[in-house]
Structures are given as structure tokens and as C-alpha cells.
Design a protein around this ligand. Structure first.
Ligand SMILES: Nc1c(NC[C@H](O)[C@H](O)[C@H](O)CO)[nH]c(=O)[nH]c1=O
Ligand SMILES: CC(=O)[C@@H](O)COP(=O)(O)O
Length: 162
């Protein structure tokens, strides 16, 4: 369903399991930081609202979305973590660089997901315009960071009894 037909910030926290003991990583791209800061705030706020402890959140930054897979891989090696949210905002420019960055970032994060057990959530906006990015990071369509936090909770507890 297209983003325009849903609310990225909608969730039912009562349907989620206890996450008070779970550890979450947030790896955030510095490119388009006016967007990624809002995605980060949305994700962090949703995790805390759903019962995560702030002391169990690890926040790192990387230069751009292309570096998100490497940043997540480094966090996996150095932190005991139950899920990572990779946060970025890629906005189309004049050249085909947009396509390469988006494709490499998505492929790199998918490779991480299929090569080890800790879920890595793809919270990377890939927009044609700044307005599209604003609309999806706390604007008219909600905040993809919130959506990513709920996905992280669900994947971190996939198959658990509670
Ligand atoms: N144009 C955007 C970039 N470009 C930078 C790359 O992600 C990378 O940091 C650089 O190529 C060095 O390896 N990154 C974004 O996250 N968003 C953009 O719109
Ligand atoms: C996604 C990008 O790398 C892009 O914003 C860079 O802009 P340009 O294609 O005009 O160099």
C-alpha cells in the first residue's frame, strides 16, 4: 500500500510484548540531518513509549546512507544488541548517484539481515524531493522512524512466547 494511503506513525503498543530488557541500536546517517534527526526522534520516542529503557539504546552516526551497512556491522561486533534501526534519507539529485546509493544501502542491509541473527531495520527514505522526505519524517504521512521502531520490536521478538 502506498505511503500516502497509510499513517507511518500508527501502532498499538498494547499488542506488543515486553521489551524492557531488549537492547536497540540506532545507526543514523548525517546526510540530510534535518530529516534523519526527525526519523531518529520518531524511532527513539516509539521505542521508549513501548517500554524500552533509554539505557538500553545505543546511538551512532555515520556520514551517509552508503555507510549504514558498515556502521551496523561494526555495531554488531562491538555491542550486545537485539535489533538495529538503520536511519537515512536519500534525496534524488541531478545524477544517477541516487540510484547507486539507494541500491547499495538496501542491498547491504538485506545482506546483513540474511547473514546473521540480529534484525537490521531499513529506515531509509528514498525520495525524489525534500518535501516527500519531510512528509515521511513527521509530516502528513507520519514518521517512518516510528514504523521502523515497531518493526524492530516485532522482529526482535519474532517467535518468542510473550
Ligand atoms: N546524496 C546523499 C548521500 N550521499 C553520500 C553517500 O551516502 C556516501 O556518504 C558518500 O558517497 C561517501 O561514501 N547520502 C545520503 O544519505 N543521502 C543523500 O541524499
Ligand atoms: C543521492 C545523492 O547522492 C544525490 O543527492 C547527489 O546529488 P547529485 O546527483 O546532484 O550529485
Amino acid at each position: 500500500m502506498a505511503t500516502g494511503l497509510t499513517n507511518l506513525s500508527a501502532y498499538d503498543k498494547d499488542s506488543l510484548p515486553d521489551i524492557s530488557q531488549l537492547r536497540f541500536g540506532l545507526v543514523v546517517s548525517e546526510w540530510n540531518d534535518s530529516i534523519t534527526d526527525n526519523l531518529f526522534k520518531g524511532a527513539k520516542g516509539a521505542l521508549l513509549d513501548c517500554g524500552a529503557k533509554e539505557s538500553n539504546l545505543t546511538h551512532w552516526t555515520v556520514p551517509g546512507s552508503f555507510e549504514l551497512p558498515a556502521g551496523c556491522a561494526k555495531m554488531l561486533k562491538s555491542e550486545k544488541i537485539d535489533a538495529i534501526i538503520a536511519i537515512g534519507s536519500v534525496i534524488r539529485g541531478e545524477t544517477s548517484h541516487f540510484d547507486f546509493v539507494c541500491s547499495a544501502t538496501a542491498h547491504g542491509i538485506m545482506q546483513l539481515n540474511t547473514s546473521q541473527e540480529v534484525p537490521i531495520i531499513f529506515c531509509v527514505l528514498t525520495d525524489n524531493t525534500l518535501q516527500q522526505a519531510k512528509d515521511r519524517s513527521g509530516g502528513q504521512h507520519g514518521n517512518k522512524g516510528v514504523e521502523a521502531a515497531i518493526a524492530a520490536i516485532k522482529m526482535a521478538t519474532l517467535g518468542s512466547s510473550n
